[in-house]
Design a protein around this ligand. Structure first.
Ligand SMILES: NC(=O)c1ccc[n+]([C@@H]2O[C@H](COP(=O)([O-])OP(=O)(O)OC[C@H]3O[C@@H](n4cnc5c(N)ncnc54)[C@H](O)[C@@H]3O)[C@@H](O)[C@H]2O)c1
Length: 341
């Protein structure tokens, strides 16, 4: 079992990585209400059924204010008050929604997470960003507030769909590329065991990833500077994700590859290093090739720019294990995207 702490201006989170952590629910001081992903409740009924539960419907289309309102109403029916401990149980979708509900219901109640997907354990549940989408724009509404605990229960991952699991590996790989060369080498050597969910490897991988994310968030909670590096692969990834029926990690994987090629065009990454990025994605079973329409990607990036009102900022790799953030005017990007696709 691994334990670490994340302390910021909005709170302190105790992050625990290990097996059978959900049994800790019985030892909590406050009586919890679980805000739980519907599939997780079905798969792990015996674990969570003894507690008061409010169900979060699965699927990104439910990440809306309508769902939030329905949850508020159920909490009123359950007579939740300021001392109720809300526990979000599920992947990134459930913890994003649960964190938002807990941060706004009665102007804020205590909350924690039990993270049940690999993506959630290494990324979404850590950092205090909670929220929902608005009219197709991802995470437009939300709060930054740290949960008091995040339990990354490795035993729950066994019921996760294989494709979802592999999608989470994309975020794991990202940490190696942007921040930790030796972790990247470890992943190159242990990818097989990671895919088989070997518990020793999984614990090392989840705790290292969580430590990197927590460290970055601790230094830059509000994304003024350092935290931006976590967006490596996400700028193009989001543009791909918007129009393709693919998972977040799959889109981020492609985004990382394109960003690595862009880094090469900028003279920041050598050709063999770009190959290494591609090989890593392939070894995880992530797509390294996709039929992409450059014009579509460009149009989506434009929409993103309209939303932010600035140049598109790209996180590039400056060698493996290091980043450099560069602003690109859209016009310049158009031809580069055509080159990359
Ligand atoms: N807050 C952040 O910093 C942050 C960072 C990254 C992603 N996110 C958000 O996370 C969301 C994606 O999260 P995700 O990839 O975890 O997907 P998800 O939460 O949608 O879960 C994926 C699927 O797996 C099911 N599931 C979850 N745990 C399971 C388990 N143990 N066994 C069986 N089935 C299980 C869910 O019902 C769902 O169908 C997106 O909404 C994204 O915006 C947030």
């Amino acid at each position: 079992m691994h334990q670490l702490q994340l302390s910021t201006s909005t709170g302190t989170t105790e992050i625990v990585v290990g097996e059978l952590l959900s049994s800790r629910l019985q030892q909590l001081e406050l009586e919890p209400i679980l805000l739980i992903d519907e599939n997780v409740l079905v798969q792990h009924h015996d674990l969570f059924e003894p507690f008061r539960t409010v169900i979060i419907p699965s699927g990104e289309s439910h990440k809306t204010l309508q769902t939030v309102e329905a949850l508020y109403r159920e909490l009123v029916t359950l007579e939740a008050d300021r001392s109720t401990l809300m526990v979000g149980v599920g992947g990134g979708l459930a913890t994003d929604i649960a964190g938002f509900v807990a941060s706004t219901f009665l102007r804020g109640t205590p909350f924690g997470f039990i993270s049940t997907t690999l993506l959630g354990q290494v990324d979404a549940s850590i950092g205090g960003k909670n929220g929902v989408n608005l009219e197709g724009y991802k995470n437009m509404l939300g709060t930054i507030r740290q949960p008091s605990f995040v339990w990354c229960d490795l035993s729950l991952l066994s019921t996760l769909d294989k494709r979802e699991y592999v999608s989470g590996i994309a975020e794991v790989i990202k940490y190696g590329f942007i921040r930790d060369f030796s972790f990247m080498e470890y992943l190159e050597e242990h990818m097989d065991q990671l895919l088989k969910q070997n518990l020793g490897v999984l614990e090392h991988v989840v705790s290292t990833s969580a430590t990197i994310k927590a460290d970055v968030v601790q230094q830059d909670e509000k994304e003024a500077d350092l935290r931006k590096m976590l967006n490596f692969g996400h700028t193009i990834g989001h543009a791909i994700e918007r129009h393709k029926a693919i998972l977040h990690g799959e889109a981020v994987g492609m985004g990382m590859l394109l960003a690595a090629r862009l880094s090469h065009l900028q003279g920041l990454l050598s050709a063999p290093e770009v190959d290494r990025v591609e090989q890593m994605l392939l070894s995880a079973g992530l797509p390294a090739q996709m039929k992409l329409d450059p014009e579509e990607i460009y149009q989506n990036l434009r929409k993103d720019k309209k939303k932010r009102g600035e140049d598109v900022h790209f996180v590039l790799l400056k060698g493996l294990g290091n980043t450099s953030i560069r602003p690109f005017p859209l016009t310049e990007l158009k031809s580069m995207i055509h080159d990359l696709c």
